[in-house]
Design a protein around this ligand. Structure first.
Ligand SMILES: [Zn+2]
Length: 292
C-alpha cells in the first residue's frame, strides 16, 4: 500500500508531464473505482489545464483552471503510468506494477502528447472533483490532521496535540485526525529513530504545561526525517528508472526497524534484537534495548 512518501513521489513523477498541461480528453473506462466517479467526470476534465499539483495526506490534488480540483487516492494498488503518443520518446517511465489493460480505469490524454493512465487492480483507489474553495469540506479531506511535512509540525505542536493523551504513542501518531498520512511503517521507523517505545503514553510528549518534552523534541524531527529520506529515495528511484521499465512511486526502501523482527538493532552500539507485536491488526517493530 502506498504511504505518504510514495504518494509524494508519484506527485513528483507526474509533475513534469501533467503540471501546466491541458487535458484534451479523459476516458473513464468504468463508472466507478472504489466509489462512483462524479457526474460528468470526463466532460468536467476535458479542455482544462492543470495549474497546480499538491498532496494532502495521501491524496493527490490536481488544481484545474476551471476552479475545480481533481482529487485522486491510490488506495492499495493504484498507480499512474506515463506513456507518450510518440511511442519511443526517451524520458518515459513506465510503472512496474500492473500493466494489465483490464485494470486501466481512467486515461488522461494531454496536449503535450503524453498519456497518463490510472491502473488499479484492487480498486481501492478513488477519484473525485471538488470546487477549489470547498476542498476542506470534502468528505475524504475533512477532519484530516496536520501534515507531518508542514511548516507547523514541530515539537511544541506535538506537545499541544498530545498533552494528557493516554493512548500509546504509536496509536496516537497513527491517528489520521491528529496527523494525516503517517502510516504504520513510518511510525515504527520514527519511534525507533527517536528512541521511544511505541507503548509509551502519548502524554509523555508534553509536560504539565503542555510544553514539549525531550521525547517530543526527538520525535518531531524523526518523523520529518524518515519521510524526507523516503521521498529522496523515491526520487532517486524515479531517476534510475526513467530510461527503463521502472516504477513510478513504488520503491523498495530499506527500513531500520520495520520488517526486521529477530534481527540485530541497527543503531551503532546497541545490542538489541528487534521485536514485533501485533496491535490492532498491525505489526509494531521496536528495539527493546534502545527504545525507552
Ligand atoms: Zn536498539
Amino acid at each position: 500500500m502506498p504511504e505518504l512518501p510514495e504518494v509524494e513521489t508519484v506527485k513528483r513523477g507526474l509533475e513534469p508531464v501533467m503540471l501546466g498541461a491541458r487535458i484534451e480528453k479523459v476516458e473513464a473506462r468504468r463508472p466507478d473505482i472504489r466509489f462512483p466517479l462524479p457526474e460528468r467526470f470526463a466532460r468536467r476534465l476535458a479542455g482544462r489545464r492543470i495549474v497546480q499539483m499538491k498532496r494532502r495526506a495521501k491524496h493527490l490534488l490536481f488544481e484545474l483552471d476551471s476552479g475545480e480540483t481533481l482529487i485522486a487516492h491510490l488506495g492499495m494498488s493504484g498507480s499512474f503510468r506515463i506513456e507518450s503518443r510518440e511511442a519511443s520518446r526517451p524520458g518515459n517511465f513506465v510503472h512496474a506494477r500492473s500493466k494489465d489493460p483490464k485494470h486501466d480505469h481512467v486515461v488522461f490524454f494531454l496536449d503535450n502528447g503524453f498519456v497518463v493512465t490510472y491502473n488499479d487492480p484492487r480498486r481501492f483507489g478513488y477519484m473525485d472533483l471538488a470546487a477549489n474553495g470547498a476542498l476542506g469540506d470534502h468528505p475524504r479531506l475533512r477532519g484530516l490532521g496536520a501534515e507531518p511535512l508542514g511548516p507547523e509540525f514541530d515539537a511544541p505542536f506535538l506537545a499541544k496535540l498530545f498533552a494528557g493523551a493516554r493512548t500509546p504513542m504509536k496509536a496516537a501518531i497513527l491517528d489520521q485526525k491528529r496527523i494525516a498520512g503517517l502510516g504504520n511503517i513510518y511510525v515504527c521507523e520514527a519511534l525507533w529513530r527517536a528512541k521511544l517505545l511505541p507503548s509509551r503514553p502519548a502524554s509523555d510528549l508534553a509536560d504539565l504545561r503542555s510544553r514539549p518534552t525531550r521525547a517530543a523534541k526527538a520525535l518531531a524531527p524523526a518523523i520529518r526525517a524518515v519521510l524526507e529520506e523516503a521521498i529522496e529515495a523515491g526520487g532517486s528511484t524515479l531517476r534510475d528508472h526513467r530510461q527503463a521499465d521502472g516504477g513510478l512511486g513504488y520503491f523498495q526502501h530499506s527500513f531500520a526497524v520495520y520488517g526486521r523482527e529477530g534481527l540485530p538493532c541497527l543503531r551503532p552500539g546497541c545490542r538489541g534484537t528487534i521485536r514485533r507485536a501485533a496491535q490492532a491488526g498491525r505489526s509494531t517493530f521496536w528495539c527493546p534495548v534502545c527504545q525507552r
